[in-house]
Design a binder for this molecule. Structure first.
Ligand code: HDL
Ligand code: ZN
Length: 424
C-alpha cells in the first residue's frame, strides 16, 4: 500500500468524521449570550480576540507597568479587543497558536483574516444570531456533540438551571456536573451546601455523607450530566494523609454515587490557579501532577470510570502507561498549554504506540463557541499526520491496511471511544 493512498484515506476519514467533543466551556443560548455581559455563551470576534490565552499574551507585548491590569479590565470589551488586535495581530506577526487560531476561525467563516481593524468582522457578526450560528459553527467544525462544563457552585450557572426548565434540553449539548470546590475547598463547599438546604459539615458529622450524596444525585439528575468533572491542583493526592476530608469525600460520597449512576469522573489535574491574579482566568499555570494517585483510584474503585487529562507535558508518558494497566481509565485530550501542534503530535504519537486506538486524542476546551472551528481543524491536521505514519509503519510489518480500518479507527478516536465510555 502506498503512502499516498494511505494519506488519501486518512485525510478523508479524519475530515469527514464528526467529532463528539468531550470538554468545552460553551453552551446553548438559553444560558444567555454575549454581548450581554451576563451571557454564558461567548461567541463572535470580540470574544475570540479577548480569549484569556490572548490576554496573557498581550500583557507580554504591553506589560502591566505600561497598562496596569485594572486599567485593562476597566476597558469595554471592544476596547480590549482593539488593544489585543493592534498589539498581537497588526504590530506583531500572529504566529503563536492562540493568535493563529483566531485567523483560522475567521478565514473558515469566509472572512479575510488580514484586516487591520475589527470593524468589518463586527459588522459580519452583528448579522448572525446565536442559535443559528451554533449550527453553522458545528457544521464547519464538523462536531456532532458539544460537551459543556456546568459549575454548580457558580451562582449564575446554578441560577440558570434552577430557573430554566430547558437548560439541558438542547440536543447539540451534553451537560457536565463540575464540582471543583468539593475537592479544592471542602469547608467552603460544605458552607454552600448548608445554605442550599443540605446538612453538610466539614467534620463529616451527622448526615454529611448522605446529604452530600443527595446533592450529587440531585444535580446529576437535574442536569442529565454525562459525567462529573473536577480540575485539580498538581498537589492532588489519593490517598492523602494531609487531606482526610478529600479522601472521605471521594471514597464515601463521589465513588458510590458515580458507581450507582454508571458515570465517569473526569479528573483534570495540574492546574495551578491564579499565579498571576491580575490576569484573572489567564493567570493560571501548570505543574507536574501525581499519576500514582490516579492509579490508586483506578485500582481501589474498579467499578468506577476515570477520564483523565493532565496539564504537564512531563506527566503524559506515565499517564499513558497507567492507561495500559486499567480499563477503567480513559486518557483524554491535550489540555490547554498542551494544545499546540508540536505537543499534540508528540502526545498523540505516543498514545497510539502505547494504547492503540483506545484513548480520546483531543477536546477543544473552547471558551468561545467559534474556537471549535480552529481547535478542531488544527488538531485534525496533526492527528491525520500521525495516523499516516502509523499506518505506513503497519504496512512495513506486512499488514494490509484498508480504507475500512482507517474509518473505523478514526470514528473511535474522534467520537466513539468517548461515547462508549459514557455508556451512550
Ligand atoms: O478548568 C478548565 O476546564 C480549564 O480548561 C480552564 O477553564 C482554563 O481556563 C482553560 O480554558 N483552558 O483551556
Ligand atoms: Zn476547560
Amino acid at each position: 500500500m502506498s503512502r499516498t493512498q494511505i494519506e488519501q484515506w486518512v485525510k478523508k476519514a479524519v475530515w469527514s468524521q464528526p467529532v463528539s467533543d468531550p470538554h468545552t466551556h460553551t453552551c446553548p443560548p438559553v444560558f444567555g449570550a454575549s454581548p450581554n455581559p451576563e451571557g454564558l455563551l461567548l461567541w463572535g470576534v470580540d470574544e475570540l480576540v479577548t480569549y484569556h490565552y490572548l490576554i496573557a499574551e498581550v500583557f507580554r507585548a504591553v506589560p502591566a507597568t505600561k497598562l496596569p491590569y485594572e486599567q485593562y479590565w476597566a476597558m469595554s470589551k471592544t476596547e480590549q479587543a482593539d488593544h489585543i488586535w493592534k498589539h498581537l495581530f497588526v504590530e506583531r506577526t500572529p504566529i503563536g497558536e492562540a493568535c493563529r487560531g483566531v485567523l483560522t476561525a475567521l478565514e473558515r467563516l469566509g472572512l479575510d483574516p488580514n484586516e487591520k481593524s475589527l470593524t468589518k468582522y463586527r459588522k459580519w457578526f452583528a448579522k448572525q444570531t446565536p442559535d443559528k450560528y451554533i449550527d453553522k459553527v458545528m457544521q464547519i467544525a464538523n462536531v456532532d456533540l458539544i460537551t459543556m462544563t456546568n459549575p454548580v457552585f457558580d451562582d449564575q450557572e446554578r441560577g440558570i438551571w434552577e430557573r430554566q426548565p430547558k437548560a439541558g434540553g438542547d440536543p447539540r449539548f451534553a451537560a457536565v456536573l463540575r464540582i471543583d470546590p468539593l475537592l479544592r475547598d471542602w469547608p467552603g463547599a460544605c458552607a454552600n451546601l448548608s445554605s442550599w438546604g443540605y446538612e453538610a459539615r466539614p467534620d463529616f458529622s451527622g448526615k454529611t455523607v448522605d446529604e452530600v450524596r443527595r446533592f450529587l444525585v440531585h444535580w446529576l439528575d437535574k442536569m442529565r450530566a454525562v459525567y462529573v468533572a473536577t480540575s485539580l491542583p498538581p498537589e492532588f493526592r489519593y490517598p492523602d494523609p494531609r487531606n482526610p476530608a478529600g479522601d472521605r469525600f471521594i471514597r464515601e460520597c463521589l465513588m458510590p454515587v458515580l458507581a450507582e449512576k454508571g458515570k465517569p469522573w473526569a479528573m483534570m489535574i495540574g492546574a495551578r490557579l491564579r499565579v498571576n491574579p491580575g490576569l484573572r482566568e489567564g493567570g493560571d499555570a501548570t505543574g507536574i501532577a501525581d499519576v500514582m494517585s490516579v492509579i490508586n483510584l483506578c485500582h481501589d474503585f474498579p467499578r468506577s470510570k476515570f477520564m483523565v487529562t493532565m496539564l504537564a507535558r512531563e506527566n503524559q508518558h506515565e499517564l499513558a502507561a497507567a492507561g495500559r494497566k486499567f480499563g477503567n481509565l480513559l486518557p483524554f485530550g491535550c489540555w490547554w498549554f498542551l494544545n499546540n501542534p508540536s505537543l499534540v503530535e508528540e502526545i498523540t504519537r505516543m498514545r497510539l504506540e502505547l494504547l492503540g486506538t483506545m484513548f480520546v486524542p483531543q477536546h477543544a476546551d473552547a471558551r468561545v463557541l467559534d474556537q471549535l472551528i480552529y481547535k478542531w481543524e488544527h488538531s485534525r491536521r496533526v492527528i491525520a499526520k500521525v495516523l499516516v505514519d502509523k499506518y505506513v509503519d503497519l504496512t512495513l510489518s506486512g499488514y494490509t491496511v484498508t480504507a475500512k480500518h482507517v474509518q473505523r479507527d478514526v470514528a473511535l478516536l474522534l467520537r466513539d471511544n468517548y461515547r462508549e465510555f459514557l455508556g451512550r
